[in-house]
Design a protein around this ligand. Sequence first.
Ligand SMILES: C=Cc1c2[nH]c(c1C)Cc1[nH]c(c(CCC(=O)O)c1C)Cc1[nH]c(c(C)c1CCC(=O)O)Cc1[nH]c(c(C)c1C=C)C2
Length: 587
Amino acid sequence: MRLKRHVALVESALTHVSSSRPLLCSQCSRRRHASSKADPDKIAILGGGVSGLASAYYVAKDFPNSKITIFEGKERLGGWIQSKKFDVSGGEVLFEYGPRTLRPVIGARPTVALVQDLDLAEEVLYTSKDAPAATNRYIYYPDRINRLPHPKDGNMLPAVFKCVQSGLFAGIWGVAAELWRPRRPLNVTDESVGSFISRRVDKRIAQNMASAVLHGIYAGDIWQLSAKTLFPVPWQLEGMYGSVVSGYFNINANDPRSETLSLFHPTDYEDARAMDVELKVDEKLGKDMSAASTFSFKNGLQTLMTKLEGRIRGNKQFEIKTGTAIHSLNKITGSEQVEVVSSSSKDTKSQPLDYTPPTTTTSSQADDPSLNRQPFDLVISTLPAPKLTPTVTVQVVNLYFPTPNLIPHKGFGYLIPESVPFEQNPERALGVIFDSDAIQGQDSVNGTKVTVMMGGRWWDDWVEYPSEEEGLENARSVLARHLGIREEPLAWNVSTNYNAIPQYTVGFEDRLKRFAEELGQRFHGRVRVVGNQFNGVGVNDCIRGAWSMARGLKNGGWKGRSVGLDRVLDPRPWSVEPVLRSTWSKA
Ligand SMILES: C=Cc1c2[nH]c(c1C)Cc1[nH]c(c(CCC(=O)O)c1C)Cc1[nH]c(c(C)c1CCC(=O)O)Cc1[nH]c(c(C)c1C=C)C2
């Protein structure tokens, strides 16, 4: 009964949404407003990274009569996504300084539809679901590289046995005992991932497995990151059923149909359904995506940014202000407009923005001639709010060696958990990507390409980070100790990505809720937020956030009160829903 009620609820919400407006389709031209007078005169986009550019692209389609200004602190657009080719003897090698592959999961719908809209389908490179890069992921522990079991192994027992033998899976039996562990006290509203896993399963699983995985996504510390935000389903299952394992079986045992069920936040489920219905792509692209574990582009992920930038620069609606820092946002008295205060900037690090300072404009700011003031009807900001999350800095070292197959393992790469003794990881590396396997088809030479990622949570209290020379030396030292690679690299690059990854630490949801309320109260929906601090740390998350924000502007009207954080303000309880078996293409 309960399940039917929830399904009916989602369906009625969807019917309501879809009956009140035409569907959006990546192929058909987007719906225009009934009256072009409805478009805001002036829109500001703060930040020219992936979230800013994607927001600009979507918003321009929906508001063709608006004048849109993009503000970016650095001289280049594209944010952390940067792909560069290096000449080496015999050809060229491509290095990614930031993200490099995307996963074609349902949350990637907006990205894939964007790839199609930008005519980039021919540029895409796929890694198949059967490739070693998809099935072979490793964890270094305590002094060797262990391959993780994968469902495609057929018989997973040999890999499981090896992981048990090495001690990597120590405490795994705690999963069975989880059924009998006491439920968390009612007054616990969040806790760290480390504490949650130690309490429910075993501390060693937290320190070995969870720590490795969270180094590989957030470069983060399991003792600080929030279990409620990062592992929402297990967290909710314990809250509702007293145990994660019994909760999962409970949900599925009561299912009258043969579908797999899970817990969903109602907003997430509606968004997933909307993406599935509204964002269909051509049959060939859909088929290729279905068969892929990850994808990128022949000339790297920057292809997407360059194409977006090209479309934006070719559109007279836009003005782009690079090298421009944002100082503050002020509500203009007697109007609904927002004043954007900016100045020219030489800073290469991204600037946070205090959205809701206690006072609006200081008198020294008011008469500062170096500050520029412009009124806007709508501001879409991708700038991080400093009080919401801390961030970590990650040093990325790309290396190319002329000898092929230097790595003694085939696969995506390996991660290094916090439990690895210091003497095995004095460089404070987080993991190593085997680029030659991870994405094929980007280089015209066939040596060995790897990336070493260092820092992140390990550098939390550091006032100074390793220089480029030190970074290279550290990366080479990791490769020599862990993989036996001692060759001179033919090409290399070190990039230090300052404050690159926000950390959703314990209490994040409460802080986000307060932030959303304050932002709404102060700017009445004229300032909306998108980006890795709000939507998730991946490229897909950022594009999905931009798509969803633009969809909200269209459906709710740009004069609506939403700030783009509807999920955190949605009081509806989590509900049991069938896991979506979505199809990519229209056919
Ligand atoms: C060693 C450090 C890092 C590696 N990648 C990242 C860091 C900090 C950054 C990163 N990786 C993922 C994301 C999430 C969003 C996305 O774009 O998909 C981010 C910001 C994805 C990811 N990488 C790994 C996992 C388990 C995930 C989650 C989704 C998935 O299963 O693909 C594992 C992983 N990351 C790195 C390595 C070497 C590695 C595994 C061997 C590098």
